[in-house]
Every structure is written in C-alpha cells, then in structure tokens.
Design a protein around this ligand. Structure first.
Ligand code: SF4
Length: 236
C-alpha cells in the first residue's frame, strides 16, 4: 500500500465517520467525571460480530468492548460535528482518538486490544445491575446465538430458541425502564445492542424454509421467518 501523502491530522473527520473509539482503562476518568455520559456509550458483547478496522475483516469478539455510540444507529461518531467537521469533545477525546494517525497505524495497533474497559469496571458499585447483566449475557449470548444461526440442522427448535432469546432481550430492557427508572438511552450500554438489531439482514437457518418450517437440509430462511413465526400462538 502506498503511504498517505501527509504526516499530520487534517481533521477531515474520515476516521470519526467510520466509528467512534473503543474505551480503555485510561479513559475511565472521562466517564466517571461525566465528560462522556453513559447515555452516549454502546457495549459490543462477547461473541458479537464486528468489523475489525485494524485487521480489516469481520471477527467475533472474544471479550466485550465499550464504544462511543454512532449517530442515528450508524457508526458515525455521535461527537462528530459534520458542519466542521470537528470533534465536539476534542479536549477530552478518548485515548484511541488521541493516538490515531491514519497515515501510520503503529501506535493504535499497539494499544487497541489492550486494557479495554468493560461494564464491570464502571458498574462495580451497582451489584444488582451487574447480576442482571450477567444473567442477560448468559440468556442472550451472542456465542449461542451464532451457533443457532449457523446450525446446518437447527430446525424448529433452533428458531424457537432464537425467538426466546429475542423476547427475553426485549423484556429485560422494558423491565429496567419501567421498574428501575433506567432511561432508554442507557440500554445500549447496559445490555448492548438489541439482538433483533444485531441479526437484522442476515440469511440464516439452514434446514428451515421461508415459513419457518423444517424443510430440506441446506435450505435457508430469512430473518423475516423468525418474526413471522412469532405471531404463531404456539411459538412463544
Ligand atoms: S470522539 Fe471526537 S475524535 Fe473521537 S471519533 Fe468521535 S468525533 Fe472523532
């Protein structure tokens, strides 16, 4: 690859447009001090499929990571002021933003997978919420979800299992908003992105037909079938 024809940040916003930074232990003070509120964070959970910008490919996360949210459900950093373009928190931008040099990625490569901040670090003072998160992680595991989605012979049992995971994911979000006073804009941080959102657009379920019924081995169904079969009173 040819080197880029510049050696200093031009503040063009291209990096910020592709996604906000992942938080590291060094950034904790920014959140603790309220300079970056938890309402502007999103957790990507273990097993979730994400685009790895450093390796340039899709990977399944081995551990969770916390990022700045994107704007309007895109990955464009919520703090990117596109009229500039400019960073709305430039003086308090996280570590990755401070060291990223798009013309020389060695610095970011050295820190990017190290000392990542996780929810447990930030919520240690609220053990009841951590218990709820642990339960949600277990019942709505991305690792299990992927195994179900990739199963060559999952059949109706697999589709029901996915439906149950999606239903639990939705119900626990509603519960903490209605009963615990959590604001909806905190949910992406507390429970990660909704499962229904993370599987959207995928073809899945070898062994099931478009209607969600078991069919010829290898035949695929779409995500639509999952939602269609949820209207079946016998399904959930
Ligand atoms: S925090 Fe600022 S510098 Fe970092 S990605 Fe967002 S807009 Fe860009």
């Amino acid at each position: 690859m040819n080197p880029l024809p510049f050696t200093a940040c031009r503040r063009c916003g291209t990096c910020c447009d592709k996604g906000g930074p992942t938080f590291h232990v060094e950034d904790r003070m920014l959140i603790d001090a309220g300079l970056i509120p938890a309402t502007n964070l999103v957790t990507l959970r273990k097993g979730e499929r994400v685009n790895d910008a450093i390796r340039g490919c899709l990977i399944s996360l081995e551990t969770e990571m916390i990022k700045i949210k994107g704007r309007n459900r895109t990955w464009r950093c919520i703090y990117l002021d596109s009229t500039g373009p400019a960073c709305l928190i430039y003086e308090n931008r996280p570590l990755e933003c401070r060291i990223l040099k798009c013309w020389d990625t060695r610095d970011i490569e050295a820190v990017y997978a190290r000392n990542r901040l996780i929810r447990k670090d930030l919520l240690s003072g609220i053990p009841a919420l951590l218990d709820l998160i642990a339960d949600h992680d277990q019942r709505c595991s991305h690792v299990v979800l992927r195994e179900l989605l990739d199963s060559p012979s999952g059949g109706v049992d697999a589709i029901k299992a996915v439906q149950e995971m999606i239903a639990y994911d939705q119900s626990i979000r509603l519960l903490v908003v209605e009963k615990a006073g959590v604001t909806p804009d905190m949910l992406d941080f507390i429970f990660g992105r909704p499962l229904s959102e993370t599987i959207r657009g995928r073809s899945m379920y070898a062994g099931l037909s478009e209607s969600g019924n078991a069919s010829r081995p290898g035949e695929k169904i779409s995500e639509r079938a999952i939602y269609e079969t949820r209207t079946d009173p016998n399904s959930l």
